[in-house]
Design a protein around this ligand. Structure first.
Ligand SMILES: Cc1cc2nc3c(=O)[nH]c(=O)nc-3n(C[C@H](O)[C@H](O)[C@H](O)COP(=O)(O)OP(=O)(O)OC[C@H]3O[C@@H](n4cnc5c(N)ncnc54)[C@H](O)[C@@H]3O)c2cc1C
Length: 381
């Protein structure tokens, strides 16, 4: 296919980060703090949330809850079809990959997966980091967990009984599950109201404005317009932009290569203007999520731009291996859409030493009304 000629060649940054999810935003914030001139290239748009609006970002796109079904899907990557997938809506929220042995939803936003995450700040089992690499261990990692928990404002609800569907009280006496006690639940990146039912906007130490969660409206899994769920666009990128970080949204990196004279060269599609832009940088940080980082890097290996990397693409972490739906236990069924997206952890009775499982509720998907009503009476595991 003919591609327009490059209108720009930008080599003004000492580091370029691809992707603005958890990895990209935190890295951008740390490198900016360290005094580097940093550019984040993100293929998705800024989402229309209170903190983003209040920070004066003008070009915003709605979250799927107000944008409708079509705004939910960006592209599909079925097992057969074009190599780059089928693009449905460049402003869409989710990229869906369906391949042999792997199904992955990847978000496309400034803030990446933090708009879809359930805000649960869990830790791996004790000993996970011990000897994972030379010199690495749990105690070395501990201060990093603590710092991120604090930056993402992870807390327990002030009063779990005020939180609709909170695992601690909603699943007591249920035949299959035992909820963990409120105090043993992991912290959540949710801004809870001081007084239930009376949320008031708050401004944090960086001047970021958020509204605490109003449990009666759909706030959660597909994004929080109020900013009540912690997202990295609000908590990392906006403060770092005040210190010089540059974020270019709707900029999709198509490929990159190693520069013979050092550093990296990037081919980037500006999805708004349609222009193709070249960037070069001495430091390139890949934070495009598991699927898209592997995609970009495997392509770079294919074109011999990176040399061989034998371990690349081998060994994935998994998330959401088991998915089940069943009616909520109350009669009449409770409205599972109320409250935050995840209400905590449970154990399966008789398998108490097995991994904990997660109960998901919090939001109905952007589907027609009768399906939404059905979904509201169910819980997902
Ligand atoms: C439903 C759900 C609930 C979850 N809940 C939790 C939870 O409660 N707790 C928890 O710890 N984890 C949770 N996770 C997992 C968590 O969201 C991911 O681990 C995390 O988002 C990964 O961060 P990342 O920076 O690697 O990638 P992402 O957050 O996916 O960010 C990657 C970014 O790169 C951009 N990008 C991709 N390709 C390109 C390109 N070519 N050019 C430019 N930009 C590009 C994407 O648009 C995206 O913004 C959940 C995930 C899902 C799906």
């Amino acid at each position: 296919m003919h591609q327009p000629t490059h209108s720009e060649h930008d080599n003004n940054y000492s580091a370029i980060i691809i992707g603005s999810g958890f990895g990209g935003s935190m890295m951008a914030s740390r490198l900016t703090e360290a005094g580097m001139s940093v550019l984040v290239l993100e293929r998705g748009p800024w989402r229309d949330t209170l903190p983003v609006r209040e920070a004066g970002i003008e070009q915003r796109k709605p979250l799927p809850r107000t944008g409708g079904v079509l705004s939910a899907l960006r592209s599909l990557h079925p097992p057969i079809g074009p190599k780059r997938g089928i693009r449905l809506n460049k402003y869409g929220y989710l990229d869906v990959w369906i391949g042999k042995g792997i199904k992955a939803p990847c978000t496309s936003n400034v803030g990446g997966g933090s708009h879809i995450w359930a805000a649960m700040m869990d830790r791996p089992a004790a000993g996970f980091w011990d000897n994972r690499a030379t010199g690495l261990n749990d105690s070395l990692m501990e201060p990093h967990y603590q710092r991120v928990e604090q930056e993402l404002k992870g807390v327990q609800p002030p009063d779990a009984t005020q939180v609709p569907n909170h695992t601690d009280h909603a699943w007591q006496g249920e035949s299959y599950f035992t909820p963990l006690n409120a105090g043993d639940q992991p912290p959540m990146g949710i801004l809870y109201p001081e007084q239930a039912g009376a949320p008031q906007a708050v401004k944090d130490e960086n001047g970021i404005v958020r509204m605490p969660m109003d449990f009666t409206t759909d706030h959660g899994m597909f994004g929080c317009p109020s900013g009540s769920k912690s997202t990295v666009d609000a908590l990392y990128l906006l403060p770092a932009m005040n210190k010089g970080l540059v974020v270019k949204d709707m900029h999709e990196v198509q490929s990159f290569s190693r520069n013979p004279s050092g550093g990296y060269e990037l081919e980037v599609h500006d999805l708004r203007s349609g222009h193709h832009v070249k960037f070069s940088t001495p430091v390139l940080v890949m934070c495009a999520g598991t699927m898209n980082t592997n995609y970009l890097m495997l392509n770079a290996v294919d074109t011999a731009a990176l040399g061989t990397l034998p371990a690349l693409g081998k060994g994935f972490g998994a998330n959401g291996d088991l998915i089940a739906h069943w009616p909520a236990p109350d009669k009449p069924p409770r409205d599972s859409a109320l409250g935050p997206p995840i209400h905590g952890r449970v154990q399966i009775k008789g398998h108490e030493d097995a991994a904990y499982v997660i109960l998901v509720g919090g939001e109905t998907p952007p589907v027609p009304g009768f399906l939404r009503r059905k979904a509201r009476q169910r819980q997902q595991l």
